[in-house]
Ligand binder design. Sequence first.
Ligand SMILES: *[C@@H]1O[C@H](CO)[C@@H](O)[C@H](O)[C@H]1NC(C)=O
Length: 428
Amino acid sequence: MAVGRRDKAASFRGSRIVVAIVIGVLLGCVIAFLFPYGLFNPAASVQNRRIGKTNFQIGSSSCESSERSKMLKSEIVSLSEKNSELKMQVRDLTERLQLAEQGKDQAQKQFLVLGEQHKAGPFGTVKALRTNPTVVPDDSVNPRLAKILEKVAVRKELIVALANSNVKEMLEVWFSSIKRVGIPNYLVIALDDHIEEFCKSNDVPVYKRDPDSGIDAVGRSGGNHAVSGLKFRILREFLQLGYSVLLSDVDIIYLQNPFNHLYRDSDVESMTDGHNNMTAYGYNDVFDEPAMGWARYAHTMRIWVYNSGFFFIRPTIPSIELLDRVADRLAKQPNSWDQAVFNEELFFPSHPGYEGLHAAKRTMDFYMFMNSKVLFKTVRKDAKLKKLKPVIVHVNYHPDKLRRMKAVVEFFVNGKQDALDPYPDGSE
Ligand SMILES: *[C@@H]1O[C@H](CO)[C@@H](O)[C@H](O)[C@H]1NC(C)=O
């Protein structure tokens, strides 16, 4: 609330400045019209007198009149010079005003984020902000959902999954694994009536949104990617209500409670599509162009994308901005892939013509939040890694999801050591 008021006060002050400037400019125009030679210009009265004098002496001598016209011409020249000078001043002032407005805006935002200004501490003691403050919860956004979340969430956190009838079987394996671990705070957003009924009959916390024609059409019949894009629009309300959401696809098996394994220091904490330290956490990829000789090596920054099917998002302004930016782009670019857009918005820096997001991000441990490439390519073949107990396994890298999900349960839950053996590393 306080933030909103401060913002309003600032913009009110800003608009008053603009109004004052506009009035000043108008007044200047009127005065320029009435007093073309200036208000306080001592030369003006002399000129006026001189002009008056010529009025009386017109025609008295041709020599004098040509002198007069020369004088008038030079006056015109000097006036038009002055005019262009004034025009330049106006342009300069307008530019400065724009810059001041921009600066004010930036400074205001920074002040809101950082609060008091501080001196930098000694070497090795400074630490930048990565944990942004949470927004003030606004129940008016969706009172019905607010009531549900009050019941379901634990410490204002919960797992959220979207599901329609196309994924019913996977959903069942999904919530069974959650129940087995004993995680209480999870919620299914049912995208059709059948899934709502299915959840209710299985005692699974479910929420069906109020009708919304755009969202509902995609939700009912949409394929994997289309439904995946919906979540960015739907999640916004959860964050506005002040909840942190662990967004989860349904091709995921829970083996431990993920809320015991989060850091909660970033706007977005996500599992990775990477498969080792380098690809998961980032590395310096050297690009070689021999023709450049001495400078043949160009260093590039690389990281495997975050998996937009499993991420923890805190209710902060950068998080909500992320959801908005992704939802906006998915709406405007119907053929885009939500995971690519999600990553581009998260990682691309500001540059000319583009303002980056600058959200704080954290990559989850790729052994604890394991994708199916790590499991099938590495872990199951390594005697030591095989003993790991991940928090979740996401069958994101393989199309035969349901079979592999069941195999994962057999392997990690029922201890069937050869349960994963029949499956190839990749898809056939
Ligand atoms: C990967 O990183 C972890 C944690 O930083 C480290 O303990 C491990 O030795 C690394 N593994 C390899 C293969 O470098």
